[in-house]
Design a protein around this ligand. Structure first.
Ligand SMILES: [Zn+2]
Length: 133
């Protein structure tokens, strides 16, 4: 057996796909090949560590939600995020800012519809240039 075949057998042995005869041939190669023996030691040690590793318990729900909210806040306030003056004014809460913008637009539309004419609209907008002459 050469070393490349030994490596293939090592992978099969770790996956549990090697037959008893193949394991015996691998053992024979490992006994006379120090390089493959070292590799087998490392591979089988890593595999044993993986199979014996216990999954870490999830953090408490409160801590997890706090971390998620902190991450969301970081992303919302990140340097790439566009922050309007209104968002700054409202404590940088995008949803609240969007709601305020929508409310402002609705109010403007209602005033515009309710205005008896352009004169009233001009007064509302602080114009009044049509007065006088
Ligand atoms: Zn070898």
């Amino acid at each position: 057996m050469n070393c490349s075949e030994a490596k293939r057998l090592m992978q099969m042995a770790l996956a549990g796909d090697a037959s008893a005869a193949e394991l015996a041939r691998l053992d024979a190669h490992l006994a006379e090949c120090a390089a493959c023996a070292r590799q087998w030691e490392a591979l089988s040690g890593a595999a044993a560590a993986l199979t014996s590793a216990q999954p870490e318990p999830l953090p408490q729900g409160r801590d997890l939600s706090g971390a998620v909210m902190a991450q969301i806040a970081r992303e919302a306030n990140g340097p790439t995020a566009q922050r309007s003056w209104l968002a700054e004014l409202l404590g940088s809460r995008p949803l609240q800012a969007a709601g305020a913008v929508a409310a402002t637009v609705v109010c403007a539309v209602i005033l515009w519809l309710a205005a008896p004419g352009a004169q009233a609209l001009a007064m509302l907008m602080g114009g009044g240039t049509s007065n006088g002459y």
